[in-house]
Design a protein around this ligand. Structure first.
Ligand code: PMP
Length: 435
């Protein structure tokens, strides 16, 4: 009998015993193609010897040094590299142990910044409906996923939510992308004014929405309009790239494709590539300087921040993902994946949309293509697709978004960046068969 409390209590799970490249093998010797990168985690593939060597070398030197006493080369050089890779305007890095921790740190950083600059009255966070930003209480409160929040209501801290940018569902037939972006920016502005022009700390959004909507990019110009509104009211823009960042969409940072400079960016998952639990918060000099010139302290911290072995692993993962050709492969294989899925499933009466960016791809399931109602607002379809895919040796990530508070259906695909054409085609064949 297992003594582990897994996330879902129920069916026995296969036991993973080894991972190599894009494959995981279980104890029964069955091989699964990692079509979802776990949950968009496995960026450079499993079993990479260079990463293992970097971790071993770091452990040989020192495995742990508390950040109140020491800094380390591993943490410093990872921070330097992330700043080098980020678009201009993100100048400092705070290292954490995962995505929720990154979002939590970002929220506290934003709040403390307001205090440091003499605007302690700012106390509201605005995010978007149907969003997921993590499971710790602040991150959960920020997320607008009604289903995940339900058991924890009334939730602290209180946050506010506006519409996501979800053109396939919400852009009106007579509306251009520009007008749609303007309408959503207006909605954010109205929400800020409702709360008070100088009362809002930050607006939080994923550049490409992962878990809750299934790889939905914003329409052209949306984030530029949002940035303008934030600037007008001194609201910080926090972009959550925990899932879509670190090369997943074909550029190291997803927001590189949006032409905006955020104040804070969170990354995790693909940063450690599954080798170590790690996340990072990138912040602008404006925020760093306010802390330096103010209290001289970021009032936040965990025991394992800046963990040297995690930083060494991530440093190597980042080195590998930035080698020539890797992002080209993400773009090319992503295109092949979407084209393959469209050819195999595009006419299926229960497939509403196939979209994404880079190797971040979503397939939306609908009851019928006209009404766009979810195929199954419960969880049965998810479980069934996952089971049927696993039986065919494919890991995919079927999930529910929340459409007006009910779970909708989609399947997320996010394989490792090293994937080859024949492996992409296998994902397509197996998912089509499972569906
Ligand atoms: N933000 C986003 C956008 C995410 O997708 C996730 C995880 N799915 C998180 C935050 C939380 O990350 P973690 O599970 O590492 O805590």
């Amino acid at each position: 009998m297992t003594r582990i409390l897994h996330r879902s209590i129920g069916p026995d799970l296969p036991r993973a015993v080894s991972g190599q490249g894009v494959y995981i093998t279980d104890a029964a010797g069955r091989r699964y193609i990692d079509g979802s990168g776990g949950a968009a985690v496995t960026s450079i593939g499993h079993g990479n010897a260079e990463v293992l060597e970097a971790m071993r070398a770091q452990m040989d030197r020192i495995a742990y040094a508390h950040t109140s006493f020491f800094t380390t080369d591993a943490a410093e050089s990872l921070a330097d590299r992330l700043v080098e890779l980020a678009p201009e305007g993100l100048d400092y890095v705070y290292l954490v142990s995962g995505g929720s921790e990154a979002v939590e740190a970002a929220l506290k950083m934003a709040r403390q910044y307001c205090v440091e600059i003499g605007q302690p009255q700012r106390r509201h966070i605005i995010a978007r409906r149907q969003s997921y930003h993590g499971n710790t209480i602040g991150a959960l409160a920020t997320g607008g996923n009604a289903w995940r929040r339900a058991q924890f209501q009334p939730i602290l801290p209180e946050t506010h939510h506006v519409s996501p940018c979800y053109a396939w569902r919400d852009q009106r037939p007579d509306e251009t992308a520009q007008d749609y972006a303007a309408r959503l920016a207006q909605e954010l502005e109205d929400k800020i004014l409702e709360l008070g022009a100088d009362q809002v700390i930050a607006f939080v959004a994923e550049p490409v929405v992962g878990a809750t909507l299934g790889a939905v990019p914003a329409v052209e110009g949306y984030f530029r309009r949002i940035r303008e509104v934030c600037d007008r009211y001194g609201v910080l823009l926090i972009l959550d790239e925990v899932m879509c960042g670190m090369g997943r969409t074909g550029t190291i940072f997803a927001h590189e494709q949006e032409g905006v400079v955020p104040d804070i960016v969170t990354v995790a998952k693909g940063l450690g590539g599954g080798y170590q639990p790690i996340g990072a918060v990138l912040l602008s000099a404006k925020i760093y300087d306010a802390f330096r010139d103010g209290s001289g302290l970021f009032q936040h911290g965990h025991t394992y921040i800046g963990h040297p072995v995690a930083a060494a692993a991530a440093g190597k993962v980042v080195e590998i993902m930035t080698r020539p050709g890797m992002m080209d492969n993400v773009q090319a294989m992503g295109l092949r994946l979407r084209e393959g899925l469209k050819a195999a499933l595009g006419e299926h009466p229960n497939i509403g949309d196939i979209r994404g960016r880079g190797l971040f791809c979503g397939v939306e399931l609908v009851a019928d293509r006209d009404s766009k109602q979810p195929l199954d607002p419960g969880l049965k379809t998810h479980a069934k697709i996952k089971r049927e895919a696993m039986a065919r040796g494919l890991m995919c990530y079927p999930m529910g978004g929340t459409i007006d508070g009910i779970r909708g259906d989609h399947v997320l695909l996010a394989p490792p960046y090293i994937i080859q054409p024949d492996e992409v085609d296998q994902i397509v064949d197996r998912l089509a068969a499972a569906i």
